[in-house]
Design a protein around this ligand. Structure first.
Ligand code: AMP
Length: 215
């Protein structure tokens, strides 16, 4: 099962991607997580992208091409993968086609989790994350058991620097301008499944699982 999960920032795709990865036992490849990890561990890639991530801008297509190519070459993707946050531009979509061709693989499905700008701003400004295990919470819909502390590791939760309202609006506009056009690319292949991300988390999961079970 080779899946691409698309959607505006804050539509809940990261949460859904984790659930899909668990259920089908395939790796969850989040390019955002990979880049944040690189920043945290101070690698050369991390130093190159740190400022871009903070501003909520996009890392160049060429850099992303290598990041994704190297990841998809790893053995654990042989029975499938779920790509979350890639591709984000037309060029990235064509790079991905090329990489998969070389690996003699193709996409099984593309899932789009949709949400409006206002929904996204409301949701992201309530998002808090654990810097230790990466768990994601929402102060309204997915509260931690203890106030502002991670359920898994007891670490204090923080707000990501690119989750502030103004940056979120900018990221949403960037999504509409650069990423939304590639939806057409996948619609033509008839592999696209669209789900309304403003529905409750569990409903969205059920719709996606039902769809994947049929494919
Ligand atoms: P995300 O967690 O997917 O929202 O990604 C966080 C940040 O990582 C984005 O705001 C970008 O700066 C960068 N990033 C992640 N994926 C990509 C990508 N496919 N192309 C360019 N930049 C990316």
């Amino acid at each position: 099962m080779n899946i691409v999960l698309m959607g505006p920032p804050g539509a809940g795709k990261g949460t859904q991607a984790k659930l899909i990865a668990q259920k089908w036992n395939i790796p969850h490849i989040s390019t955002g997580d990979m880049l944040r990890e690189a920043v945290k561990s101070g690698t050369e890639l991390g130093r190159r992208v740190e400022e871009i991530l903070d501003k909520g801008e996009l890392v160049t297509d060429e850099v992303m091409k290598d990041v994704v190519k190297n990841r998809l070459r790893k053995e654990d993707t042989s029975s499938g993968f779920i790509l979350d946050g890639y591709p984000r531009t037309r060029r990235q979509a064509s790079h991905l086609d090329g990489t998969l061709d070389k690996l003699e693989r193709s996409l099984t499905s593309v899932i789009l989790v949709n949400a409006s700008e206002q929904e996204v701003v409301d949701r992201i400004s309530n998002r808090r994350i654990c810097t230790d295990c990466g768990a994601v919470y929402n102060l309204i819909s997915l509260r931690p058991k203890k106030d502002m502390v991670c359920d898994n590791c007891g670490v204090r939760l923080i707000q990501r620097s690119d989750d502030e309202a103004e940056t979120v609006r900018m990221r949403y506009r960037l999504y509409m301008e650069k990423t939304a056009p590639i939806i057409e690319h996948y619609r033509r292949d008839s592999k696209l499944f669209i789900v309304d991300g403003s529905e409750p988390l569990k409903t969205v999961t059920t719709r996606i699982f039902d769809y994947l079970e049929k494919t």
